[in-house]
Design a binder for this molecule. Structure first.
Ligand code: 0X9
Ligand code: ZN
Length: 424
């Protein structure tokens, strides 16, 4: 099926030259404060999408900026950068082709096909997958309706449970808080498929499921995700709006009640890191928070899956203070990163969020931690910027397998460290 994202070759005629331009991603390195201001202006005044960092406030001298520049802005952006001598290079010259590649063959193969999990899927297909997964595994998987989105789409979490021991521990994984991070929902699907097929065959999977119920929310932000498939591939936030602004969307990872909207988030509805009108103002945030509140006695491990930059982060991101069990979290993250390094030869940074990337209050991991879930992590999956959000489908299996080994390592550690549940 021909997707909405067709290759778009833009012929611009300027000063007598004919320039062929595609959508591009630039890597830009400002070296002075003046250049930082130029890059900030370029990203706010022209039609572009900032990939890294998430918002212009975080642009710093000597730190690489990844900027998506649609064909229509390419000429003016490169002229501005050249005029101010800002070092930049083309990271991706074929963004349109990569988008095309990511959306191809979405629903052609049946779910049973082995390549199903090696492709990205539209929201409709993911709902269909949820249905079929519960139907095919009635004794092990239930869909739990935890709420609905701003546009009234259902939020289904899958509960994987192989026994009904009393006082059973549980873990939670959510994917797709940020709409454009497509590898994240792909991971949730991969995870569920892997755990269902390897229970009884793989020691760690068996041990984890024998000891824990696993809740998986494949798409926390369905409205945003749908929007990235239909209208704007670079969308990050949800799709809520109010009469007070013409800008749409709240950054759901700034909307939780953890030092809400302090430094690192914005009150401006047009910002990519808009924190919303008040904590849990968004139905998606409220649904997750309500579910975690009502299951806080059983849930011992919280995981939130994002991309990109290859990091295993833990609290806090909302303050530079150290978490009370910092050393424990550091040791666990280190072990998970080492496993990835050893098995997949891929490097993941690890550490407390505020110290490892930036101050970012209102995040789900910090909120879950403050609720009492003392093992709380955010993963930033592949890659480190080569393809960014446009990671080709051929990379899904490696990206998911390395994240899976990290999840298994962490879950095993948590089972080992938390008090044994009383046997049924
Ligand atoms: O800024 C974020 O929300 C995450 N990075 S992303 O590039 N995927 O947007 C990092 C989240 C770290 N945790 C918290 N900020 N609580
Ligand atoms: Zn994210």
């Amino acid at each position: 099926m021909k997707t909405l994202f067709t290759l778009f070759v833009f012929m611009s005629f300027n000063k007598g030259f004919c320039t062929e331009t595609h959508d591009q991603v630039l890597s830009i390195t400002p070296t002075t404060q003046d250049q930082v201001d130029v890059v900030r202006n370029v990203s706010t005044q022209h039609e572009t999408a900032l990939w890294q960092p998430a918002s212009p406030e975080f642009i710093r001298a000597e730190t690489d900026v990844h900027l998506f520049v649609p064909a229509t802005s390419s000429q003016v952006v490169s002229e501005l950068l050249l005029r101010h001598n800002v070092t930049h290079e083309v990271l991706l010259d074929n963004a349109n082709e990569l988008i095309e590649m990511q959306t191809k063959n979405d629903s052609t193969d049946p779910r049973s096909s082995s390549t199903f999990y090696e492709r990205y899927h539209s929201l409709e297909d993911i709902y269909d997958w949820i249905n079929r997964t519960t139907q095919d595994n009635p004794s092990r998987v239930k869909a739990v309706l935890i709420g609905s989105s701003f546009e009234k789409r259902p939020l289904y979490a899958l509960k994987l449970s192989v026994n009904t021991r009393s006082n059973k521990k549980a873990m939670w994984i959510d994917c797709g808080i940020h709409a454009r991070e497509w590898i994240s929902p792909a991971f949730c699907l991969w995870f569920v498929q892997n755990f269902l097929s390897f229970y009884g065959r793989n020691q760690d999977v068996t041990n984890i499921l024998d000891n824990m119920d696993v809740y998986v929310l494949p798409v926390l932000n369905p409205d945003g995700y749908h929007f990235t498939w239909t209208t704007n591939r670079m969308w990050r936030k949800n799709r809520s709006f109010s009469r007070s602004s013409s800008c749409v969307g709240v950054d759901l990872n700034r909307n939780f009640d953890a030092n809400w909207c302090t430094e690192g988030a914005s009150h401006n509805p047009c910002s990519e890191i808009y924190c919303g009108a008040f904590p849990e103002s968004e139905p998606e945030t409220e649904a997750v928070a309500n579910f975690l509140r009502s299951h806080k006695n059983s849930i011992q491990l919280y995981l939130s899956i994002h991309s990109y930059s290859q990091m295993l982060l833990f609290p806090f991101s909302c303050t530079t203070e150290q978490a009370e069990n910092h050393d424990d979290l550091l040791e666990i993250a280190k072990e998970a990163a080492q496993k990835i390094q050893r098995h997949y030869r891929n490097h993941y940074k690890y550490g407390a969020g505020a110290k490892t990337i930036y101050l970012a209050p209102g995040g789900s991991d910090d909120w879950a931690y403050n609720l009492g879930i003392k093992y709380s992590f955010t993963f930033e999956l592949q890659d480190r910027g080569r393809y960014g959000f446009l990671l080709p489908p051929s990379h899904i299996s490696k990206a998911c397998n390395e994240a899976l080994i990290a999840v298994k390592t962490i879950a095993m550690k948590v089972i080992e460290k938390t008090p044994a549940s009383s046997a049924a």
